[in-house]
Design a protein. Structure first.
Length: 316
């Protein structure tokens, strides 16, 4: 048996992505071998494939490179000194971040300490959607320390990180405002947010006196959103390419501002899986592509109009 993977042989457009075959890896001490059911596609995968950002810079002499940081699947072999999982256990994890990647594989070895058990009530699809996006959402909300009754503005609330951040902020009893396109206005309302169609008017004309901004867009949209904030508001900006610009401008205006790089945290994934299992959080899946259609999956991600998450089915 071989391990079918999706690799980046050289940086470029989506069609550079190629299938490669390698040996199935052996789990080392403290690791388990996971048969991957689903891997999710994140904006960082698309950015790295295009040769942009830190992971691309660090891996440019290490191509072909297998992207992917989110997996769900089953444990099929345990290495020495592992005690957490049994064969057949359903698991999910945020793996190999940021330099190793490897999630776009049918089989991957992972330290058992990086994996969460997937509860019976949670599908492997939902479990694969949560790790990177969900932890980004939690950590962004932590950075602006969202409190009950505060007004929080989340840019791009229908996206992979956004739809989770909106739900968590609503659960924290904040008053949540978010930007989205017309097709997602009703969806955002069902999650409990005040939705603003960004195509209709700049958000600065619709929201004022917000206590916190979670920027998942960057660039001009984020600069405009700074006009919605009250004195001493807190700002966190996630897109790395414009983070310096946004933070600089925000600080000039007297706001507390920070960029962020998500930090893998298994306890946070455990918590989200629990919330999904009891119906308090929903992972929205836009589309599941067979792994052979990864080019189409990356093209969809690049449209910037994906509600929730895009997954790759790694077993077909």
């Amino acid at each position: 048996m071989e391990n079918k993977q999706i690799a980046i042989p050289h940086f470029g457009e989506p069609d550079v992505l190629a299938i490669q075959y390698t040996q199935i890896p052996q789990p080392q001490k403290g690791e388990v071998l996971v048969k991957v059911a689903f891997a999710s596609v994140n904006p960082i995968d698309v950015k790295t494939r295009a040769g942009l950002g830190w992971a691309a810079a660090q891996n440019k002499d290490n191509l072909p490179w297998v992207p992917g940081y989110d997996i769900s699947g089953s444990v099929i072999e345990c290495g020495e000194a592992t005690e957490k999982f049994d064969l057949g256990d359903k698991v999910a994890g945020f793996i190999g971040f940021p330099l190793q990647g490897g999630g776009y594989s049918q089989y991957v070895t992972v330290p058992e300490s990086s994996l969460s058990r997937v509860p019976e009530a949670v599908t492997l699809e939902a479990a694969a959607a949560l790790p990177l996006a969900g932890q980004t959402a939690i950590q962004a909300l932590d950075k602006v320390s969202v409190q009950e009754g505060q007004r929080v503005l989340i840019l791009a609330g229908a996206g992979g990180v956004g739809h989770i951040a909106v739900q968590l902020a609503v659960a924290a009893k904040a008053e949540v405002f978010t930007t989205c396109g017309e097709s997602n206005l009703d969806y955002m309302a069902t999650l409990g947010a005040h939705a603003i169609n960004y195509r209709f008017a700049p958000v600065s004309e619709r929201v004022e006196e917000a206590d916190a901004l979670i920027d998942l867009v960057g660039g001009d949209a984020a600069l405009d959103a700074l006009k919605c904030l009250k004195d001493n508001a807190k700002v966190v900006t996630v897109p790395t390419l414009s983070a310096e610009l946004i933070c600089e401008k925000a600080k000039l205006l007297g706001f507390e501002a920070t960029g962020m790089l998500v930090d893998p945290n298994r306890e946070q994934l455990d918590a989200m899986l629990y919330l999904v299992s009891v119906g308090m959080l929903k992972a929205e899946i836009y589309q599941i592509y067979p792994m052979d259609q990864v080019v189409e999956a990356h093209k969809q991600m690049e449209t910037g109009h994906t509600r929730g998450k895009i997954l790759l089915d790694m077993q077909c």
